[in-house]
Design a binder for this molecule. Sequence first.
Ligand SMILES: *Cc1c(COP(=O)(O)O)cnc(C)c1O
Length: 458
Amino acid sequence: MKLPYAEPFRIKMVEKIRQSTKEERTKWIKDADFNLFNLSSSKVFIDLLTDSGTGAMSDEQWAALMKGDESYAGSRSFEELFETVKKITGFRYLLPTHQGRAAENVLFSVLVKDGNIIPGNSHFDTTKGHIEFRKAHAADCTIDEAFDTEINHPFKGNIDLRKLEKIYQNHPKEQIPFCLITITCNTSGGQPVSLENIKAVKELSDKYGIPIIFDGARFAENAYFIKQRESGQEHRTIKEICREIFACGIGMTMSSKKDGLVNIGGFIALNDEQIFRVASNFTIIYEGFITYGGMSGRDMAALAVGLDEATEFEYLESRISQVEYLGNQLINYNIPLQKPIGGHAVFIDALKFLPNVPREDFPAQTLGIELYKEAGIRAVEIGTLLADRDPETRENRYPKLEFLRLAIPRRTYTNNHMDYIATALKNVFDRRNEITKGYSIVWESEILRHFTVKLKEV
Ligand SMILES: *Cc1c(COP(=O)(O)O)cnc(C)c1O
């Protein structure tokens, strides 16, 4: 008999999590103004709010942590991180930051000006926030296939070259500081970008003199999908593929809380000395000296090891096959979701799941609240709440897709937890026709409202 798949690790330390009753949860979520971000983690049994900084570190990372060098300038841990980033990305300059959005803040302070246009593939929410905060515009050039959850396209993060070229043709070069490729594309469902597409975007952008910057939060997962799905790539190592991806850009921002396999951190890596010089000044103002940028020495040491582990095939296989394991169970229950299943999360299509809940009642948020009440599972809305209002008209922006995202923390839960999640969702799905009303906003902030919004039942 063929041996089944088993994880390439065993567990050295465990953390207790607590079950609760439906009555308790119904009260708790009301007290939290129906915002899952307001719940304390002790009121959550399985936490799928995010895969950001929520994973488990390896024994090697914990060992590196103990050897961290806390020198203010020129720390040995910075050198280790710098060497690893150079090896994996090929970029020659490194600026650590305290997390991914801080890297965006520093880099965009150099590159993004009032009235600029930043084309890309479904910019991440903080990225879009940093662009719009500077009165610039994020233009989404993702391929149309990404917006139909039933189409099984292997690279739904791809950029539509015609949409991109239209932007290049309609605006002067000075107005477009760079094209931003997000790998993998979170907003459209953890969907990868093919190497072929990255190269084609580079070729087109070269023609118009526009450089490419990567948002690399999940670059290793993207490289895994390239190896698995793109013909001619199957025999290459993950690290070889990463080098080829990054060779198409002049730099990247990174949230180390994702494929860095650490709990906090970020960085900017660059090839352009001029940008590096100016970005160094902003790093010092906003983050800290350029060899730590808001990170402790031990965190940089653990990140150096984490980046190496995240770009190994065995790790990525166990990571992504667990997400697939959950997604395939949901598919068997006929639960509508983004196909193919993404790298870090399963994205439930809330418009199809809860067709009786009106769009202005926030169907994905409604589903998230139902799932929490059902089983103590915390997921997150990727829909109208997240999309914020249009900065000019102040109208709600209704994105094409309304998702409930189940993000799976790295190396944290077992497949028994995945079975529990699948059953809980099936129970909600079985009573979906009884759910006809959602929620309305009581209070919201100007930007990034989903973190703090207060809701009430309609
Ligand atoms: C998480 C993330 C960011 C922001 O990083 P933080 O570490 O959360 O500040 C930016 N882009 C993408 C694609 C992300 O997933």
